[in-house]
Design a binder for this molecule. Structure first.
Ligand SMILES: C[S@@+](CC[C@H](N)C(=O)[O-])C[C@H]1O[C@@H](n2cnc3c(N)ncnc32)[C@H](O)[C@@H]1O
Length: 294
C-alpha cells in the first residue's frame, strides 16, 4: 500500500506494540516476523494470485496478513489472542479483502469457515507462521479434515519440518513423516535464522511447503488401522518391526503367525520400522487387517 510502511520492520513492529501496550505471551507461541525477505519467500512458496484464497493461522499484528492481502483474492486470519484484535483492526484497515476471526483454530469448524469465506475462490492455501506449541495438532487437523487445500506453507520448528519431510532410513523418519506424506508432498523451503523474529525463539525454524494431495499415494482399506500399524511399528525405535507388532497386536498363542505374514508382504521381520516405505506399511496393514489381527 502506497505511503504506508510495512508492518514487518523492526521499527514499525516496535511502534505498534508500544503504542498498544502489547506484551508477548510465550504460552501462545508469539514470535512475530520482522523480515521482508522471509515474508516474500513464504508468500511466493504458496503460489497465490488474485484468484486464490489464503487462510492464515495466528496473524499476530498482521505482518504476514498484509502480504497475503496484497497477493490473494481474499484472506481469513484466525487469531486466539483477543488483545490483538484492535491492533489487527487498525493495521489491516487499508485492506478490504481480509477477515479476522477470533478463536482457537483447533476448535473451529474449518469446513464451515471454508463454506462461508472461500465460496468464490478457486483454490485456498494455508499460509502461516505457526505457534510452535501446537504445530502438529494444527497441521494434522488441516490434513485430516480433508479440506480442499492446494498448499500449506508454514514456518515451524526446524526439527519438526525435518521429521515431516524425512525419507525411509533417515533418523528423522517416523510416524509423523508417514502421516504428513500420506496427505501431502512436503518440501523444505528454507531454514530461517532467529534474527527474523521479535522476540527470538529459542529453537531453530524452517519454512515447509506441503502440497496437499487429492488422492493418497497408497490405497488402504481402513485409514485408522493403517495409522495404528504405523504408530505401533515405531513404538520402540530400536526394536524390529516384528517385535513391535507382536507387542501391540499379537498374543503368546498367535504370535508365530506374524513372521510368515511379514514375509508375504515382502518385509524381512528383522527390519526396523524406520526402514519401511509408506507402500510397505500399506501392504502390511492391509494383510494384518484381512487376517483379522487388527
Ligand atoms: C508465531 S506467532 C505469528 C504471528 C504473525 N503471523 C507473524 O508472523 O508475525 C503465532 C500467532 O498465533 C496465535 N495463536 C496461538 N495459538 C493459536 C490458536 N490455537 N489458534 C489461533 N491462533 C493462535 C498467537 O497469538 C500468535 O499471534
Amino acid at each position: 500500500m502506497k505511503g504506508l510502511e510495512d508492518i514487518a520492520t523492526p521499527r514499525r513492529t516496535k511502534e505498534i506494540i508500544q503504542r498498544h501496550g502489547f506484551s508477548f505471551k510465550k504460552s501462545l507461541g508469539q514470535n512475530f516476523l520482522i523480515d521482508q525477505n522471509i515474508l516474500q519467500k513464504i508468500v511466493s512458496a504458496a503460489g497465490l494470485d488474485e484468484t486464490k484464497g489464503a487462510l492464515e493461522i495466528g496473524p499476530g499484528i498482521g505482518a504476514l496478513t498484509e502480504r497475503l492481502a496484497r497477493t490473494a483474492k481474499c484472506v481469513t486470519a484466525v487469531e486466539i489472542d483477543q488483545r490483538l484484535l484492535p491492533i489487527l483492526g487498525e493495521v489491516l484497515a487499508p485492506y478490504e479483502r481480509v477477515r479476522v476471526r477470533h478463536g482457537d483454530v483447533l476448535k473451529l469448524d474449518l469446513k464451515e469457515v471454508f463454506a462461508e469465506d472461500f465460496a468464490d475462490v478457486e483454490k485456498v492455501s494455508v499460509v502461516a507462521n505457526l505457534p510452535y506449541y501446537v504445530t502438529t495438532p494444527i497441521l494434522m487437523k488441516l490434513l485430516e479434515d480433508k479440506l480442499p487445500l492446494e498448499n500449506i506453507v508454514v514456518m515451524i520448528q526446524k526439527e519438526v519440518a525435518e521429521r515431516m519431510a524425512a525419507s525411509p532410513g533417515s533418523k528423522d523418519y517416523g510416524s509423523l513423516s508417514i502421516a504428513v506424506q500420506y496427505y501431502s508432498e512436503p518440501e523444505l523451503v528454507c531454514i530461517v535464522p532467529h534474527t527474523v523474529f521479535i522476540p527470538q525463539p529459542n529453537v531453530a525454524s524452517a519454512v515447509i511447503r506441503l502440497r496437499v494431495r487429492t488422492e493418497p499415494p497408497v490405497h488402504v482399506p481402513d485409514e485408522k488401522h493403517f495409522f495404528e500399524v504405523v504408530q505401533a511399528s515405531f513404538a520402540q525405535r530400536r526394536k524390529t518391526i516384528a517385535n513391535n507388532l507382536k507387542s501391540r497386536f499379537f498374543t503368546k498363542e498367535n504370535k508365530d503367525a506374524l513372521e510368515p505374514l511379514l514375509q508375504s508382504a515382502g518385509i524381512e521381520p528383522s527390519r526396523r520400522g524406520e526402514t519401511l516405505s509408506i507402500e510397505e506399511f500399506a501392504r502390511l496393514s492391509t494383510l494384518l487387517l484381512e487376517a483379522g489381527y487388527i
